[in-house]
Design a protein around this ligand. Sequence first.
Ligand code: SF4
Ligand code: SF4
Ligand code: SF4
Length: 265
Amino acid sequence: MKRKVKEWLEDGTVDLFLGYRMNCGHPLPHCFTKEEIDDVEHLLVSRTRYSLEKIATHLAKRDPELKIGLLARDCNQRAINVLTIWHQLDKDKIFALNVNCCPSPIKPQADCSYMSGEQTSSYKVQVGIDNLMDIEKADDFSDQEKNVRWMYEFQKCLKCYGCRNICPVCFCAECTLEHKDLIGPGRLPPQIPIFHLVRAAHMAGRCIDCGLCEDACPMDIPLRLLYRKVGEIVKNVFDYNTGESSEQSPLSLLGEKVSLSLKPM
Ligand code: SF4
Ligand code: SF4
Ligand code: SF4
């Protein structure tokens, strides 16, 4: 892998390579360049996860001609696909070096082992939403209980925006979550459930189930499950697997559905 990165930098395939290296005892994102090619020896492949593609999006915005290489786990690759569809990355200028983070080759969506094995505290099981719950189980609650449990989770929100800031597919120049007419400023928790439902709606056809938002959330709100539910609806209604391909836009599928539904009987 290090050899490949050096090769790409030296022959000009990429202008820079985004990966990880140890910094002050922590594995942190690092930008490897041809000028400091020996640093590539410090390239790290560990369980570290960060949205390198989000950094790539920022860099591409500043210089659209930049050729960017990056380490890509399955979730990174799905995000790259989505960002390509939404014209945030140019697929001719992005070079992913795929890392197999799980025992099998590129695993299907929503099959990440990263979150497994962590115990959820019992109060969440009793009154909130267990972060490890699957969609079917969360759907089994009555409507009233669902409402009470989700509102319990949402009211813990600190409005820190950590979930949005870490999210690889939150790239909007102006974020609705900061629009004062929709989400009133100066309130904690933010207006619920609107704050969370707005973001959930925006994740339709975008969320690639990386789980970083939930990792970032200081209040342990089960965001991944919420957006998985959104992804399930998108899959059921539009037969669209978010992030599976960089060719198929959810919008074109929506167009097909609309035109189909408008066909005369
Ligand atoms: S799981 Fe969270 S951070 Fe990852 S793409 Fe979905 S909303 Fe964004
Ligand atoms: S929360 Fe919605 S508006 Fe804000 S950056 Fe994400 S997708 Fe854009
Ligand atoms: S990271 Fe958690 S606490 Fe912060 S805004 Fe998002 S949901 Fe709220």
